[in-house]
Design a protein around this ligand. Structure first.
Ligand code: PGH
Ligand code: CA
Ligand code: ZN
Length: 305
């Protein structure tokens, strides 16, 4: 079933669990998320970035995701992740996305409000949910954000932002970042700030850059030749605490990429005679599916479909 992010996230925030938003860019990743959601009886958000669209095409990706949603008993949404311009937002709404993110976090406050409002006015009449971002995460994104340019979300500005734009969900910056290298030292999130924001805003809050970069995946990848020294993610205890403080949507990309790559390396190393793509990508899909199932259990969304 294809539903909106609002349908999935309002109950999540109210009941204290979070729904995973999993970044996809090919058939295998969509299958991994859809099969995991079915087995866990969990809702799922399937997230597509502009760079995924550039890689695989809007029509291919939206049709693959819609096929997955329509053939599953659980609820799923088709979500644009980190859309940055009105044209991309319009194309995704026209292609049947049920939710769009407008990431104006690189803009000045008033400009971010104006662009976000314009997207809300486009999306809401078509019953499409809108997520916006205030503050700025460091790391690899559509455009890489240097650490010194990262800004944590100001709670009062966030309250003003949501009331003036009418968004359905807000992505906050509380110390996470995109990619596999989130911390040089201890993993630290600003929970006090998150608590203050969620006290002021009762909308579902979104945690980007939430991959945990599990040691077992890094070790498996390294065993078969990957060079990922210094990779570090968000500890699972931090995720649980963030959910208790109002986070209702959690974005995961890096952990799926790592599981995929570690498994492809393992298959190629152990079976040098194999050259059937299905025998290489099939196990990689299974590995991503196990990661997704683990996230659903961690986020508390299992059994909530
Ligand atoms: C993310 C994914 N996508 O929008 O925020 O973050 O790099 O931690 O998986 P990760
Ligand atoms: Ca951003
Ligand atoms: Zn993100």
């Amino acid at each position: 079933m294809l539903v909106t992010n609002k349908d999935l996230l309002v109950p999540a925030r109210r009941k204290g669990y979070a729904v995973g938003a999993f970044n996809i860019n090919n058939l295998e990743t969509v299958l991994a998320v859809a099969e995991a959601a079915t087995e866990e009886k969990s809702p799922a958000i399937i997230a597509v970035t502009p760079s995924a669209i550039k890689y695989a095409g809007l029509s291919y990706l939206s049709k693959i995701v819609k096929t997955a949603a329509e053939s599953s008993a659980v609820s799923m949404s088709l979500h644009l992740d980190h859309g940055e311009d009105f044209e991309t937002e319009s194309k995704c709404v026209a292609a049947g996305f049920t939710s769009v993110m407008i990431d104006g976090s690189h803009l000045k406050f008033e400009e971010n409000i104006a662009l976000t409002k314009k997207v809300v006015d486009l999306a809401h009449p078509k019953a499409v949910s809108v997520e916006a971002e205030l503050g700025r995460l460091a790391g690899i994104e559509e455009k890489t954000v240097e650490e010194k340019e990262a800004i944590l979300t100001d709670p009062d500005s966030a309250k003003e932002f949501v009331s003036r734009t009418g968004v359905d969900a807000l992505a906050v910056a509380v110390g996470t970042s995109h990619g596999a290298y989130k911390f040089k030292g201890e993993a630290e999130l600003d929970f006090e700030r998150l608590k203050t924001i969620s006290g002021k805003i009762d909308l579902p809050l979104v945690l980007h850059g939430a991959s945990s970069v599990p040691a077992w995946i890094i070790e498996k990848a390294a065993k078969y030749g990957a060079e990922l020294g210094g990779a570090k993610g968000i500890p699972e205890e931090h995720i649980i605490r963030a959910i208790s403080l109002g986070i209702a949507k959690i974005n995961i990309d890096t952990d799926l990429r790592l599981a995929f790559t570690a498994t492809v390396r393992e298959v190629l190393a152990n079976q040098p005679k194999e050259f059937d793509p299905r025998k290489i990508l099939g196990p990689a899909k299974e590995a991503m599916k196990e990661v997704v199932k683990g996230k659903m259990r961690l986020f508390g969304s299992s059994g909530k479909a």
